[in-house]
Structure formats: C-alpha cells, structure tokens
Design a protein around this ligand. Structure first.
Ligand SMILES: [Zn+2]
Ligand SMILES: [Zn+2]
Ligand SMILES: [Zn+2]
Ligand SMILES: [Zn+2]
Length: 558
C-alpha cells in the first residue's frame, strides 16, 4: 500500500538522476561530485553527487544549492518508465489483472496528436498508453485528444510513491490502486450504453459534496453545434475546440480520480451553474434538431368534445384529451433564432421559430429547469420545455416530439374531431324525480341521460353540473329548487300519498291524514304541514336556500 506523506515531513533529497545514457541512476552508484556526469531529470542541469561520508544522507545537488521544484517528482517518473521497460507488464485499474507487453517504448512522439505519452506498451498487435500523472497537468486537452484518437490509455498517479525502485516496481506491477482509465475501447467513452461509472471503479466511500457535481457531456463546437463526447462521430478534440453551452468559455474533457469523465472549463476558477449548463445544452439541442431535420413535429394536446354538442348537458366537461401532431416546417416555420429580443417583452427568448416575418408569425420556445422558470406572459404562441437531466438533453436532440415535459400555450385546444360519448366514459350526476315523490340521484353516462325520459312516472330529470359533494344537500337543493314551480310541483305533489279524490271537487287529499294527522288538504293549507313525514319543505332548509343555490347548479333535461 502506498504511504501518505505528511505535510510536516521535510522535502526529500534527490536520490536519482539521469546518467549519460539517459537512464536513471542511484546516488550510490556514481562517482562523487560533478564527475558523476549526471543531469537533473527535471531541469536537465548538471548535478553534483554528494555521496561521500556517512554524516549526511547521500543525494544529488544542483549547482550553488539551487532549489529545483519538481526534481523528485521527475525522478520518480523516470524510474517508473524505466521499471515498465524492464518488467514489461503493468497492473490495470479495477483489479482488471496485469497486462504483459512484448515491448515498451517511452517518450514516443505522436505529431498528429501533438502528444508524447510517457510509455506505450505493445501486445498482440494492440497498444496501451501509460501516463504517469503530474501534479501540474501541462496539456489540458490531453484526455480529450486521447479519447478522440481512441487510444487505450491508463493514468497512474505516483504521488504517494518514493524514490525506492523496488517499492515502485511493486506498486506499478502488483497494485491496482491510484490508476484509472483515460480511454478503453472495452469500457470506453463513445460507447454510450456503458454508464460512466463503470469505466473506472466508483469509489462511493470517497463520497463528498464535490462529487455531486454534474458530469457534463455536452459542449458547443466553434460552429455553435452541440456535441456529446460519448458519441464517437461527434467528438473530435484533435481538430476542434469546445465551449461551455452556458458561459461560452473553453472546456476540455477531464477524468477525475473517481473515473468520472466530464467537460470542464480549462480555467478551473470559473463558476458556472449546472442548471444553467443544462438549459444552454437543451436550447442548443432543440436548435440542432430543428436545423438538421426536414420536419419538426410537435404534439399539441387538444380536446375532442362530446358529439352531442349542445344537447350534452355537461358540455365543457364532456371531452377527452387527444394529441394533434403538427409539422411546424410544413406550416412554413422554417427559421430558428437563438436568444432573440422581441420589443414587446422584457426578456430574451431562448429560441424563436418563425416563417418569413419574425414579428408577425413566430413561436417562442422557452427552456426551464427545476429551479429556473420564466413565467412572463407573451403575446405569441409559446412552447415551454423543462429539463431535469442530461438524459433530457439527449432526448431533445431528436426534437420535441415524444418529449414529456413540454407545455403549449396559445395553440388551438379544440380538436376538429368530436368524441362519441361512449368513448368519453364520463359519469354525470343525474337526478330523477318520480311521481311517487321519490328522488333518485346517481351517476350515469351522458349518453344514457335521455333513456328514462318517456317513463310516465318521471316528473323531472336533469344533471348536477356543480355540487358541494354532500348528497343530503343535493336532495334539499332539489326540493327547494322545485318549490318554485308552485302549481305544478308543490312539495306535496312529490308525495306519493297525495291522491286526487273522487269527490265532486276533485281535490288532492293526503290519503294518510287519518293515520299521521296531516291536513286532509295540504295544498289548501296556509302554512306548510310540517308534521307530515313526507312533506319535505321544512323551514331549516328554507334558511339555507341562498347557500345551496350558490353551491349547486343543475341543468334540466328537456
Ligand atoms: Zn533540476
Ligand atoms: Zn460554463
Ligand atoms: Zn356528453
Ligand atoms: Zn303528505
């Protein structure tokens, strides 16, 4: 296991230097003083071997005792390269086993990539680049270029290693720690079906807030086109530069120690919000799909209304949702402008789709995120898209069709087609008042509303279009409502015990008057016969008349 150096430990002496043959040599294997003929592995200046005597630790020193930062790191790097060339094998990341080489080259130049990998190991017609990580990366574009070139490459971090050749050999060839894939054709970038975390071990125990940062796979190239570095045909860091979809600053692919691949700003001090990055990428994705396809489909939600039309008492409610697909391009919306400012609104529109005249015939496209939403009203038709993740951006590359989080405003909501009420399957609350005085309230299909109309014992029927939900109140409301029709429907007419007498006058009499003590002629009474069990007009209900009228609404069936 590598040992961690503590901050208090003094700076280590330089124990290895480069000899005249270009190989790293140990301080104890060279002549004393400048006659050692060795050079600094970092700055290449001549070194003095201080290896006489037993008082001080033997070491190489720069002329005049100059302090060469990075000399020790470079010495360890040179040793590592030498070890690889001697051993001809390396232990791969993630305990993927050791890889044995036929040959190892170091410092080979690849002019087309402008890269010089530390080592290249050749095996069975294939090759693996081995990079030893530097504390200060010189070429920020390196990882992106390696991925674009599809060169298998691992990076080994030697920061916990010391100038001890045997320990270093053990670390490189026996240990799987502190190394990661930069690119692997097996687990590689570009194979979108591989989850990013599979490429290197996901060290969940190292969890900290930092790792919650979004992995950014999208960037904009010089031409303003959105690219995804996981897509081999889109990403080419050898010939292109890439920029942040939000802030526009240059970005490069970086591979962090947890093996997460992400576009990151070259300037690490830029703070660029992840949600705003998603927005920028989504806008660019929609624009790309609009510009690259012959058609641009949108699925606008509409309603098909009940074909009974005015005859349907539930009218506005009686409908089923449907989707109307438009191809905006066939409606002459063939132009697209990003970040456009209309004079009649205060904001800049993310995207405008328009035909000939942007002022006269335009559709606005807005992109929202979880915490960012532009709610300002616009006089134009509006398409609002909400993105939550990079997956949403991927889907937007194929347009708005079938994208879930889209809202349309200002588009026609009425479908040309009507709906058969059978399809609507909507229950309406129907009431039926029978001659017996019974009232029935219950759900029926709007098509079944008229079925009982010809039944002789039905006095009134209709539907509730609005209620307060309380069934008792609905009964009371109906009694009150039909009290208004005094002649036809006085409350006792709702009572099955009120019968027309056979006498000369033909009056209505209550046939139970002898038993329950109600008036014989309730319709002739000045005051309503409260004591009758079947007489519903009680004064408490009367007091609620206004309240119930506000809460409920019925439509009578004609
Ligand atoms: Zn030096
Ligand atoms: Zn940015
Ligand atoms: Zn209907
Ligand atoms: Zn009665």
């Amino acid at each position: 296991m590598p040992t961690r150096q503590t901050a208090t430990k003094p700076k280590p002496y330089l124990l290895y230097a480069i000899d005249t043959k270009g190989k790293p040599v140990h301080i104890d294997s060279v002549p004393n003083g400048f006659s050692c003929g060795c050079k600094c592995p970092h700055c290449n200046s001549e070194l003095q071997a201080k290896n006489g005597g037993n008082e001080r630790a033997h070491h190489f020193a720069h002329k005049n005792g100059a302090d060469c930062r990075g000399a020790v790191e470079s010495a360890i790097h040179c040793l590592a390269k030498e070890i690889l060339k001697e051993s001809l094998y390396v232990m791969l990341p993630d305990y993927a086993g050791e890889l044995r080489f036929d040959k190892v080259e170091s410092e080979r130049n690849f002019p087309d990539l402008k890269l010089r990998p530390d080592c290249v190991g050749y095996y069975g017609g294939k090759s693996l680049w081995i990079e030893f990580k530097r504390t200060h990366e010189v070429d920020a574009h390196k990882a992106g270029k390696i991925i674009s070139a599809r060169n298998d490459c691992i990076e080994i971090d030697l920061k916990y290693c010391e100038q001890d050749k045997e320990k270093l050999r053990e670390f490189i060839t026996q240990n799987s720690e502190n190394r990661k894939w930069i690119y692997s054709s097996e687990y590689g970038v570009g194979l979108a079906e591989h989850a990013a975390s599979n490429r290197n071990s996901s060290k969940k125990d190292d969890f900290d807030l930092e790792s919650v940062k979004l992995e950014r796979h999208f960037a904009i190239d010089e031409g303003g086109t959105l690219i995804d570095f996981r897509v081999p045909s889109e990403f080419d860091a050898i010939n292109h530069s890439y920029y942040c979809p939000n802030c526009g600053k240059e970005v490069v692919v970086k591979v962090d120690d947890n093996g997460r691949y992400s576009f990151d700003h070259i300037d690490e001090n830029i703070s660029c919000d992840d949600e705003m990055y998603l927005r920028g990428a989504a806008v660019a994705a929609i624009q790309k799909s609009f510009e690259n396809s012959k058609s641009f489909l949108i699925d606008v939600p509409q309603y098909r209304y009940c074909k009974q039309g005015d005859k349907c008492p539930c009218n506005q409610e009686c409908r089923i949702p449907t989707i109307r697909q438009y191809d905006l391009k066939s409606y002459h919306f063939v132009n697209c402008k990003k970040d456009y400012k209309f004079n009649d609104v205060s904001y800049r529109t993310d995207l405008v789709l328009y035909s000939e005249n942007i002022q006269k015939n335009a559709i606005e496209v807005r992109v929202n995120t979880e915490n960012f939403e532009n709610e300002i009203e616009t006089p134009r038709r509006l398409i609002e898209v909400t993105v939550y993740s990079e997956n949403d951006v991927c889907r937007l590359k194929h347009g708005l069709k079938e994208f879930d989080n889209v809202r349309f405003s200002g588009f026609d909501e009425n479908a040309k087609e009507t709906a058969n009420p059978v399809e609507i399957k909507r229950d309406v609350l129907k009431y039926t008042i029978y001659a017996s005085g019974k009232i029935y309230i219950g759900p029926v299909k709007c098509t079944e509303l008229h079925s009982s109309q010809n039944r002789l014992n039905v006095i009134k029927e209709g539907v509730f279009v609005r209620t307060n939900g309380c069934v008792e109140d609905m009964y009371d409301f109906l009694h009150l409502h039909f009290k208004m029709l005094q002649n036809e429907l006085c409350c006792c007419r709702l009572c099955s015990y009120l019968k027309k007498s056979n006498g000369l006058g033909g009056d209505y009499i209550c046939i139970r008057y002898k038993k329950v003590g109600t008036p014989k002629n309730p319709l002739k009474e000045k005051n309503p016969p409260k004591e009758c069990l079947y007489f519903r007009e009680d004064f408490n209900i009367l007091k609620r008349e206004n309240e119930l009228n506000e809460e409920m609404e019925i439509v009578e069936l004609s």
